[in-house]
Design a protein. Structure first.
Length: 206
């Protein structure tokens, strides 16, 4: 049985909140001017999301069971307020990514529920660090080809305008499969749950 499990195809999975189209479009427009430093590689429009739980590699045969555990029914779309000031992670002159922090107790509660269900199903071990709601908007290129050191950012990212999409509600809770490519990761939705503001949830699994 152990050898059979080792030979099972694996999928790199994570659970995330999808963004409304108007928020996505606004962020893409902002990225073009705010993240102009050559050291930055902006996150593609289809990859803009708010990760709740990164599961890593899991057996593909378990995807349906993972989706059933991760997609918490009878929840409404959480309210999100984005901070206007981009932050580097980790802090300092050479961060590896640029993100917008999200002020949302509702997302923290939703993440807790998703995590508990995945732990109960035996699919996840909680991280020691506390969950940080955020939206990654750019990643930092390596200093040189093949280098593990991040490039130096010389032009600080511009703040998000006060009027632009600071408050919104994510549209879907999604189980994504991550495909690692030379050009960057590509994300395939494996299952998703609509997050309405009324109790008319609809789940779609692939």
């Amino acid at each position: 049985m152990a050898k059979e499990r080792l030979k099972s195809p694996r999928a790199r999975l994570f659970v995330a909140l999808d963004l409304p189209q108007d928020v996505r479009a606004g962020l893409v427009e902002w990225q073009q001017t705010a993240l102009a430093d050559p050291a930055l590689r902006v996150v593609r429009p289809d990859a803009l999301h708010m990760t709740l739980v990164f599961l890593g590699y899991q057996a593909e045969k378990d995807v349906k069971a993972i989706a059933k555990a991760a997609l918490v029914k009878d929840v409404e779309a959480p309210a999100v307020e984005l901070a206007t000031e981009p932050v580097g992670v980790p802090p300092g002159k050479r961060p590896r990514l640029i993100a917008l922090a999200a002020n949302s107790g509702e997302i923290i509660e939703l993440q807790r529920q998703v995590e508990e269900r995945l732990v109960a199903g035996g699919f996840y071990e909680p991280e020691k660090r506390p969950f940080w709601p955020h939206l990654t908007v750019a990643r930092v290129k390596p200093e040189a080809p093949g280098s593990r050191k991040a490039a130096l950012i010389r032009t600080a990212p511009h703040p998000l305008p006060e009027h632009m999409f600071r408050f919104f509600r994510p549209t879907r809770l999604v189980l994504f499969k991550s495909h690692l490519r030379r050009t960057g990761a590509e994300y395939e939705p494996m299952a998703e749950l609509e997050l309405p503001t009324a109790h008319d949830d609809q789940e779609t699994e692939r």
